[in-house]
Write a new protein. Structure first.
Length: 441
């Protein structure tokens, strides 16, 4: 009997007569316990040996082994037998580098630089990085390894102008995140990530040393800095047999995602102008591609917007409030009487920094505005919003706003806007709603 077979007798006690579980499931569970003490590559007992040990038919044993193979706990070699597979690397879904993630698990990380080139951003990558399609980006492709085994192919896209010269620092094991910090003063704060299943094709299978058609996990991530600016867009292909991702989930209260930090709404001060300019520019770059012409978005500069914000803060025709999270301004709104009819209230602007989207900041701001404009539920409230800004429109509609037929195109923005109105009603102030990234003034 082989090495694994010596442990079978210790695990057969896990199978109990009269259990409601199918026989193959009992065999499966017993083998899982047995394999916990076996090194990867250890040969499993033969089907005949398992049939004798567990007193079950060969069909039952094959079903149990088939389930273990699906779970990638074992692998088979034609004419050689069945073997214990290497355990998967478990990675938490957190914003950390490959190097940090591997070292935290006692694994030696390394990388091999495959390709670096400058290419046009195109519509997809450009939109994710807040760039026009014709802007140049750096495309950096690397092979990621764990204990010298290839586990992922990573392609990173960066703004070529902002990170000019970074390619000279790239080597097989250079950390991009470290270079961002040390050479460019960029500190990463948040990311948006999606995961989907794909299969390994010819080139990918060769680089990852896996079979054609093997399941891969494709991660797409856009990373933002502390100012909410897009820094990188990454697509990574991970071997499905070597990697799995883990995260924690919390059920939202009343269907609304809880705020991570307390959000204080306060009146804007003149010294807040640079922060308001930062929020404004990051919101436009992060959310208005395809709504407003790229040339308008690309022309926005925080220094120029700061002067504009200073004038708005001290203006007497409207009131400006900011959303303050731990001393950091992450959003703002401006409201007052409707210029066309002072009997109505009017929301002039509402902007939220992209990295706090979904944390309740936008909703908190908007509820403050509505409570201030219509405290007695006796006043209509109006606003203008870009026609193509469907996310903001969805928020306003859920709070009782509706299109009233008004339309305009302002020379400065050159994009169609639609007019919305919310009739006075107490219920509208408490209707749950999702957070909007931005809303146009």
């Amino acid at each position: 009997m082989n090495a694994a077979g010596d442990l079978v007798n210790e695990t057969t006690g896990l199978m109990h007569e009269g259990t409601s579980a199918p026989k193959y499931q009992n065999v499966h569970d017993a083998l899982v316990v047995m394999m916990e003490s076996l090194a990867p590559g250890t040969a499993m007992p033969t089907e005949r040996e398992l049939c004798l040990q567990f007193a079950v038919s060969r069909a039952t044993v094959r079903q149990a082994l088939g389930q273990l193979e699906i779970e990638q706990r074992i692998y088979r070699r034609q004419g050689k037998g069945t073997f214990v597979a290497r355990p998967k690397i478990e990675q938490s879904l957190e914003l950390m580098s490959h190097t940090e993630g591997m070292r935290s698990r006692g694994i030696t990380p390394s990388s091999k630089l495959i390709d670096v080139r400058r290419i046009p951003a195109g519509a997809d990558v450009g939109a994710r990085l807040g760039l026009s399609p014709k802007s140049e980006v750096l495309r950096i492709e690397r092979l990621r390894l764990a204990d010298d085994d290839p586990i992922a192919i990573e392609v990173v896209f960066l703004n070529a102008e902002r990170f000019d010269g970074i390619t000279a620092e790239l080597g097989d094991n250079a950390s991009l995140y470290q270079l961002f910090s040390s050479n460019y003063g960029v500190e990463l704060a948040s990311a948006e990530e999606t995961i989907e299943a794909v299969i390994a094709e010819g080139r990918e299978a060769g680089l990852l040393r896996c079979q054609l058609g093997m399941p891969l996990l494709m991660l797409s991530r856009r990373t933002l800095d502390v100012e909410g600016q897009p820094i990188e867009f990454v697509r990574s292909l991970y071997r499905g047999d070597r990697y799995r991702f883990q995260t924690g989930l919390r059920r939202p209260l009343n269907g609304v995602a809880p705020k991570v930090d307390p959000c204080l709404i306060r009146s804007a001060q003149l010294e807040d102008a640079p922060a308001l300019a930062r929020v404004f520019v990051s919101a436009w770059r992060g959310g208005y591609r395809g709504v407003v012409d790229d040339e308008i978005i690309d022309s926005l500069r925080e220094d120029k917007i700061t002067g504009w914000m200073e004038k708005l803060i001290v203006a007497s025709n409207a009131h400006t409030v900011v959303a303050d999270v731990n001393g950091d301004v992450v959003g703002f709104a401006r409201y007052g009487d409707d210029p066309e009819d002072p009997r109505r209230g009017h929301l002039h602007a509402l902007y939220v920094q992209p990295d706090v989207a979904g944390k309740g900041v936008g909703k908190t701001l908007l509820n403050h505005v509505l409570s201030s404009l219509d405290p007695n539920s006796s006043r209509d409230v109006t606003l203008w919003v870009f026609e193509q800004n469907r996310r903001a429109r969805g928020l306003y509609e859920s709070l009782g706003f509706a299109l009233d037929g008004g339309q305009r195109v302002e020379d400065e923005w050159r994009a169609p806007e639609v007019h919305m109105r919310r009739a006075a009603a107490k219920s509208a102030l408490t209707t749950p709603a999702s957070n909007a990234l931005t809303a146009s003034s």
